[in-house]
Write a protein that binds this ligand. Sequence first.
Ligand code: HEC
Ligand code: HEC
Length: 398
Amino acid sequence: MSRSKVSVLALLCGALIIAYWQFWPKAIPGWTAEEVEVLRSLSLSSLQDLPPNPSNAVADNPLAAEFGSRLFFDTRLSANNGISCATCHQPIRRFTDGLQKGQAIGTTDRNTPSIVGVAYSPWQFWDGRRDSLWSQALAPIEDAREHAFNREQVRSLVTDDAQYREYYESLFGRLPEPGRADAHSTNVVFANIGKAIEAFERTIMPGESRFDRYVAALVNGDVERQEELFSDDEVRGLRLFISDANCTQCHNGPLLTNHEFHNTGVISFPGDIPDKGRVAGVREVMLDEFNCKGEYSDDDKRSCDELEFARTDATLIGAFKTPSLRNLENTAPFMHKGQFATLADVLENYNVAADAMIGHNEAKPLGFSQRQLDQLEAFLRTLAAPVQMMATREGQGD
Ligand code: HEC
Ligand code: HEC
């Protein structure tokens, strides 16, 4: 072959390679074994059984869950007979309310979080100022902006309603005689009401999402099913989520939360004083009379490791509880004050990661293109799933 023929051939080959590189659809690289392990750890199939709560003797009692569900939806538990837990935690909105800040008799300081799967969290509220679901439930009942009720009125309601009295006495023993209740016995009734509500809340869990089905197909090596379940953009978004965007630093495990507190630099609304978050919440939970160490806990051993070893350092200034990402459907607006109306707004905040108003923003700027942000959002939407009401552990196998 002459030299000129060789160079023409080389040129042709080069042009072909470039054309292929430019115009051929790019194959998505497959997942490595390590990546599959990470994905598996995020899947609902990795969710352990709900650990018992020794501070609540009826936590997994089916009758308590039934009583708790009545209480959760009962508007008589309020000063104006019009507010229940479900006023703000609406089942059709995955137990949120669609508002920036929770509203009942007044307006609260923060956004109403979903309570789906929240029984797994050792801390309750955005700032973790309660250490159990039962002690948490007592707070809105007495908050002047929420139910504006009080513990004496709760005791009277349960005493006067024949059905409630029956539930109560079969679960917790005799109610104090009307007129003979003192502060302590009233507190016992109040705490028990919280414990019944917790038993109900422990049954509210996320169902299986498209993401979970994708991981199952991946683990089974079923390529066809994977392609049916996830678009290319969703696959790319998922890869960004666990790699370049490093979202799994905080949103990890099958509920996509580490149950910890972090500052992500979300600024308050104009006119709002910057919210100190966890640094104030941790002080409050230590002083709560209904905390794990208090006299109303059912745990004789008072094993309260979470409370005992709770971090109190300065990194908690402006830090909030990492929310689960399994509750993004129907739960806008997002973040602790409902600062962001859409997921795109949330992602834009991570993309820029500006300095925090107070404390230090732990999230690093992503600097992603619009395309990448859209892919990340497409992946987040695959986590949507229906709410699943579980049987209590004691109720299983009946
Ligand atoms: C006025 C609306 C409103 C009512 C009524 C209300 N909540 Fe909430 N709930 C909120 C808001 C707002 C927050 C977050 C407040 C904060 O973190 O400071 C919250 C937080 C919670 C949390 C913590 C979730 C988490 O992830 O930390 C639980 C659990 C909860 N509420 C259950 C209840 C129960 C049970 C009742 C009824 C006894 C109730 N709520 C009544 C608005 C409401
Ligand atoms: C340093 C820990 C951390 C990292 C990293 C992080 N998040 Fe978050 N995320 C949080 C915390 C904490 C909140 C609540 C912040 C607040 O309300 O002020 C949150 C809130 C959210 C919300 C709003 C959820 C709701 O119900 O309001 C979404 C969506 C979200 N994060 C997605 C992501 C994505 C996607 C990434 C990766 C780009 C990411 N997060 C990285 C800790 C983190």
